[in-house]
Design a protein around this ligand. Structure first.
Ligand SMILES: Cc1cc2nc3c(=O)[nH]c(=O)nc-3n(C[C@H](O)[C@H](O)[C@H](O)COP(=O)(O)OP(=O)(O)OC[C@H]3O[C@@H](n4cnc5c(N)ncnc54)[C@H](O)[C@@H]3O)c2cc1C
Length: 477
């Protein structure tokens, strides 16, 4: 190929037979064939397997007869992040980069200096592929990158089964309005994309900090404050850990998935953090689950959560620019009803600090908060109860919304995710319907502790949480 020829990324992708729904050009700039390599800026898809962005970048590198370089930027100013998140993430990045390197690509690992990083990669790459970002900051960075240089920047739809814009062109009201749109095309997208064998080696473009392979030293050098207690579960980040988690789930608890609402049984897969960091693709999970010997209705129940509910959350943050703002992110009926009841008398009133310290009168709520604090996760039914009670026991719904998001994103390993915003907003009426009116909640769905006690063995749940933190008596009645 002639070195000076100006080609468009769109033409190249068309030539490679990549359907347009899998990528989004972020600018109109051409591919610059005079440059040395194709660059994949890895951020949301921290894995080697079934990574559409990596696979696309590899195909483009081969087509341009150039090496591939994968780059990761550790951003210590990443919104709402703390050491808990970085520990988990580091393990996944290291494992993923070892695999990408073994496949022949060059590696760049940088710390901070976002603008410099963008400038440099825009100066040296023929074109850049980024994986898709959904939240405000991540989308803003991709836009900044696309505006930094004069080369093509393409975003690949990597982290959902059905690319968000292909599933729907508007914000969906609830699961029932998006379900058919997703399920009608779902199987068509259940396809694994691997990195092709690379024709050129990119090792000479690698630049990695000397201490990168030493987890403790590298993380210490980032200077990130811990902010949360150490996790008591020994959970490890990365694709291999995700794979084991999925394997164990399919071989064990999945057959009881219908009982996942029971906080004591701990039946859920535990894959949330791995999906959040992109350590495993939802397509791979779906295909392996579909291939299991579990009953069909259980498989479909799991796929409803993994695909319909999760992708409804992606639809929400993609189309609603106020996804983290109360009451703007809510449907009108919920915003109105919560406003109308906002002055109602609260029987219990707690500050954000009291919530954070698990110091409410309710031992179940406190146990849920301790579960989050010490394991980095909270069982889904308790998450709903936890969010509803923050609404009920805060001075007004706006501060309740902020407290719930703050705690969720600070402590949960799967926090700061489209699901975080949809999950918290659900507690305030999002993606739900109006119920019978009552104090504080108005028409927003109410949950109470009698329901917990009636349905589940809450004593066993409390025992499980006590074991996690024997030094912490679970306060409350
Ligand atoms: C107040 C509140 C806050 C939440 N915050 C988060 C969050 O920060 N991050 C997060 O990933 N999820 C969040 N959820 C949704 C849900 O609780 C978790 O996705 C789920 O509990 C994760 O555990 P798991 O991976 O073991 O789930 P499993 O039941 O094994 O499900 C597998 C995957 O399906 C998806 N999924 C399951 N349930 C839901 C759901 N209700 N909505 C959307 N996707 C779902 C998740 O990606 C999950 O990892 C929140 C829910 C509520 C009510």
């Amino acid at each position: 190929m002639s070195a000076d020829k100006k080609i468009s990324a769109g033409d190249l992708l068309e030539e490679l037979d990549i359907p347009a729904q899998f990528y989004n050009p972020l600018n109109d700039c051409p591919v610059n064939c005079n440059r040395d390599y194709v660059l994949y800026w890895l951020q949301s898809s921290q894995r080697f397997s079934d990574n559409r962005a990596l696979s696309l970048a590899g195909k483009l590198a081969n087509r341009l007869e150039k090496p591939l370089v994968a780059a990761f930027l550790f951003m210590t100013d990443y919104p709402e992040s703390n050491l808990r998140h970085f520990n988990f993430m580091y393990q996944g990045i290291r494992e993923t980069f070892e695999k990408i390197q073994a496949a022949g690509a060059g590696l760049r690992v940088e710390v901070n200096g976002r603008n410099n990083f963008f400038r440099e990669i825009s100066k040296n790459a023929a074109l850049i592929i980024a994986d898709q970002g959904f939240l405000r900051a991540a989308r803003g960075w991709r836009k900044d990158l696309a505006e930094t240089g004069s080369i093509a920047v393409i975003e690949a739809a990597s982290n959902t089964v059905v690319p968000v814009a292909a599933a729907s062109q508007k914000e969906e009201y609830a699961a029932y309005t998006i379900r058919k749109k997703i399920n009608d095309v779902r199987d068509r997208y259940l396809e694994i994309w691997e990195l092709p064998e690379l024709n050129q080696r990119g090792g000479k473009y690698s630049r990695i900090p000397d201490n990168f392979s030493n987890e403790d030293k590298f993380l210490a050098s980032l200077g990130i404050p811990a902010e949360t207690p150490k996790l008591k579960t020994g959970i490890k980040g990365g694709p291999a850990a995700a794979d084991r988690m999925l394997e164990n789930f399919i071989a064990g608890k999945m057959s009881q998935y219908e009982q996942r609402n029971d906080p004591d049984l701990n039946i859920q897969s535990g894959l949330g953090p791995y999906l959040h960091f992109g350590n495993i693709s939802p397509r791979e999970i779906a295909l392996r689950v579909m291939d299991s010997s579990c009953r069909q209705n259980i498989i479909e129940e799991f796929l409803e959560e993994l695909i319909v509910r999760r992708e409804l959350s992606h639809n929400f943050v993609y189309y609603n620019k106020n996804y983290d703002k109360f009451p703007d992110c809510l449907p009108d009926w919920a915003a109105k009803t919560l406003k109308a009841q906002s002055q109602d008398r609260r029987n219990y009133l707690y500050s954000p600090e009291e919530f954070e310290q698990a110091e409410t009168h309710d031992k179940y709520w406190n146990a849920a908060q301790l579960e989050l604090t010490y394991t980095g996760k909270m069982q889904n039914y308790m998450r709903m109860y936890w969010g509803k009670k923050i609404l009920e026991w805060s001075a007004e719904p706006g501060s309740a919304f902020s407290t719930a998001l703050y705690l969720n994103n600070k402590y949960a390993l799967d926090g700061r995710d489209p699901n975080s915003y949809a999950g918290v907003a659900w507690c305030f009426g999002k993606h739900d319907r109006a119920w019978q009116e009552r104090p504080i909640y108005g028409k927003v769905r109410y949950m109470n502790r009698r329901g917990l006690e009636r349905k589940f063995k809450m004593k066993d749940y409390l025992e499980r949480i006590k074991e996690l933190s024997p030094e912490n008596n679970i306060a409350g009645d």
